[in-house]
Each structure stands twice: as C-alpha cells, then as structure tokens.
Design a protein around this ligand. Structure first.
Ligand code: HEM
Length: 274
C-alpha cells in the first residue's frame, strides 16, 4: 500500500516546476512546506505572517543565488529581464519576487490536487475507467472532467469588485466588496451542465469549466498542468492496471483549507493482493 498523494501527486509537479524555475533539489521540500502553508486556511494570522516572511526570505535567497550563478531556468531569465531594464520600464524587485512566488505556488499545489482527484474518480467509478480503457474516452477527457467536477481550487478568496456588479437576479456586488470565487459551484451549476451536473461523466459533451479562472488572469500554466496530469494518469494506470483504493472513499480526509480541493492522503494498493 502506498500514499499516492505523497509518492506521485506531489513529487511530479514539484519536480517539473522546480526544474523550470531552477529550484535546487535540496530546497524543493522547504518550498513545499511554505506553499502548503500559504494554502492552509487554518493557520492563525501570526502563523500566516511568519510563513509569508519565510517565503519572502527563501525566495530572495534563491534570487540572490541565481543572480550570482545564473542557470538555464526561468528564475535566471526573469532576473536578467529585471536587471536589463534599469530605465524604470521593467519590473521592480518586489514584482520579480512576487512573480517567482506566484509561479512556484501555482506550480506546486494545484496540479497535486488534480492528480489526487482524477485517480480517486477513476478508482471509485470503474465504469468511467472502463470507457478510457475501451478507447471511448481519453485521459485528456478525464483531466477536463476532473477539473470541472472537482476543481483543484474550490474557492479563490481575495478578489474585490472594482465597480458595481449587477447580477442577473438583481443583486448588486458593490465596488470594493470582497468576492469569494466559488469555482466548484459554478462548474456544477445545472444551468450550465444540466440536471446531471453533479455526475462525473468523462463522455460529457460540454466540458467547459472555470477551474483555471477566467479572463485576463486565466491560468498561465493550464497547458502544462493538463499535459502533466494526463501523462501521469496514462503511465500510472498502464503500469498498475489492478490498482485499487486502500480506504473507503468517504474516509479520506480533505486538506485543511478553504482553497484547495484534495485529500491529506490517498492510500492505494498498486497490485492485487493474493
Ligand atoms: C491544474 C492545475 C492548475 C490549476 C487548477 C490552476 C488554477 C489557476 C487559477 C484558478 C488561476 C486564476 C487566478 C485568478 O483569477 O487570479 C490561475 C492563475 C495562474 N496560474 Fe494556474 N493553475 C494550475 C496550474 C498552474 C501551473 C502548473 C502554473 C505554472 C507553471 C500556473 C501558473 C499560473 C499563473 C502564473 C497564474 C496567474 C496568471 C495571471 O494572473 O495572469 N498554474 N491558475
């Protein structure tokens, strides 16, 4: 029995984004703890503040190291872009650090939950897995349906209306009001996906969802995330065709956060036990 979240869902996205951003291997776990804490909405304000300070410090250290010894990675490219634009038209040191944190946060946490939720959906809906194995649906369909039915980011806080927004039912969100974007609710709205919106159905014709956000801030990493998860599922189910869940699905504990939509552990048996 293995915890698939610990053994696959975390290491894969962390290896990919760590490689892209040039995070040295021995620092990737430090970032993981810091990023996990960013998404943990049970921290006290003091703990969250201390975590943010540590995240700033660790990112600043990475920037300083890469500035002294650039590599073939995005951190070095961002630093070069920052340093070349000394006439004020480029971005500031704070923007450089914040961009780094955004990329690392986004790449670390979200994809983990999609792998977790997609594997769980396949192991708890053998009919859906059968459709993929029979060639009637693709792993890409599984990824999209997972993003729709179980979006990796369930709620996104810290949005504020910049103008008054009138909703179709006449309610007004006033300029300045805080908004909690509930992607999970939107993706399962019957007006959008019909009366069976709650059902996990890889053959669903309309697979649209808001899991990657909407508009100018639409997720930059969407193609990478889609590729990573589809490939992980393809390889995993090919290599371990008899894999099964090693705990009742309703006993899986959700991660302690309002934001992310995953489980603390995903125990599976990779092979049939004789
Ligand atoms: C399945 C995995 C992922 C999900 C569900 C996801 C979700 C999202 C969402 C909901 C937003 C919009 C936030 C907003 O409205 O402000 C966003 C933005 C963003 N994501 Fe992702 N993301 C994923 C993977 C990634 C990866 C792997 C990367 C990096 C390689 C990434 C980089 C970004 C960046 C840079 C933005 C900000 C774009 C902007 O503000 O213009 N994401 N993501």
């Amino acid at each position: 029995m293995v915890d698939l979240r610990e053994r696959l869902a975390y290491p894969l996205p962390i290896a990919v984004i760590g490689h892209l951003m040039g995070v040295p291997e021995d620092q990737r776990d430090d970032f993981r703890q810091l990023v996990d804490n960013v998404f943990d909405s049970t921290l006290t304000p003091e703990q969250a503040k201390a975590n943010a300070a540590r995240l700033f410090e660790t990112t600043d250290q990475l920037i300083a190291a890469k500035r002294g010894d650039p590599g073939d990675d995005m951190t070095s490219l961002l630093i070069a872009a920052r340093d070349e634009e000394s006439d004020g038209t480029g971005f500031t040191d704070v923007e450089l650090r914040d961009t780094m944190i955004l990329m690392i946060n986004a790449g670390y946490e979200t994809t983990v939950n999609v792998i977790d939720q997609a594997v769980l959906a396949m192991l708890t809906s053998p009919d859906q897995l059968h459709l993929v194995r029979a060639g009637q649906a693709t792993w890409e369909d599984v990824v999209e349906e997972t993003l729709r039915a179980e979006p990796a980011i369930k709620y996104l806080p810290l949005r504020f209306a910049v103008t008054d927004i009138r909703l179709p039912d006449g309610q007004v969100i006033a300029a300045g009001d805080p908004i909690l974007a509930a992607y999970g609710a939107a993706n399962r709205h019957p007006d959008w996906h019909g009366p069976d919106a709650d059902a996990f159905d890889v053959t669903r014709r309309v697979k649209d969802h808001l899991a990657f956000g909407y508009g100018v801030h639409f997720c930059l990493g969407a193609p990478l995330a889609r590729l990573e998860v589809a490939e992980a599922l393809r390889q995993l189910f090919e290599r371990f065709p008899a894999m099964s869940l090693a705990a009742p699905a309703d006993a899986l504990r959700p991660v302690p956060t309002l934001i992310s939509n995953g489980h603390q552990e995903l125990p599976v048996r990779l092979r049939v036990v004789e």
